[in-house]
Design a protein around this ligand. Sequence first.
Ligand SMILES: [Zn+2]
Length: 276
Amino acid sequence: MPELPEVETTLRGIAPHIEGRRVTAVERRAAKLRLPIPAHLAELLPGQSVRRVRRRGKYLLFACDDGTLILHLGMTGHLRVVPAGTPPGPYDHLDIALDNGTLLRFSDPRKFGTVIWTNGDPLAHPLLTELGPEPFGPAFDGAYLLHRAKGRRVAVKPFIMDNRVVVGVGNMYASEALFLARIHPARPAGALSPEEWDRLAEAIRRTLTDAIAAGQETLEDFLVAEKARPYFRVAFRAYGREGEPCFACGGEIRRVVLGQRSSYFCPRCQPDTSDR
Ligand SMILES: [Zn+2]
């Protein structure tokens, strides 16, 4: 699934090629992804300029003259900028033609993506209003997490994966951040100390920053129709390494299932110190 770093890299990859461009045509080849693709986009968008593209959580917001196109990549979606006339593949569900002879092309094999239009403030759209702060924003730090976790019995890993707490911390990056911060993933969120929340906030930012940096190598791929690279080659320290030696202590990485998701951790580096 595209995670926050992939969405951020998509933004950086496509924005220079579409910002300031005028839409000349829209071709919709699928009526419905996770939600219906609005049929009136083909009448609505042509003539409008894409003023700015930005990200909120894992949503991409295309601010146009009369409103905003909100797009979520879902499980398998990706966006590319391709020359006009590039033949569509079976999963290319939406093309937005621009006045520079290119198409912004949305592909989504499993059709869990979302494309919607709003005339109002996109941040006030029901899909976005409940989202927690951005991990790189000023509202996100150890003190904020400490406050949100007060009295919570939920394990720290699903807690930091909750979009209402903070956006963009997917399963892989949650495991990695907890490993970096030396915090056991099953500890109750309410039991972490202020120092541990500080470490974890920093580890979340570092993990995501490293992944976004790895994605910079792939920016030119957004101009190649055939290249779909939804995941980056991030060298995970804990994620997916069950039974392998810990890079820090040589101990064995273990796996535990929390909230139906696999979590990988080193029992020596991330001791379970909480009383339950
Ligand atoms: Zn270790």
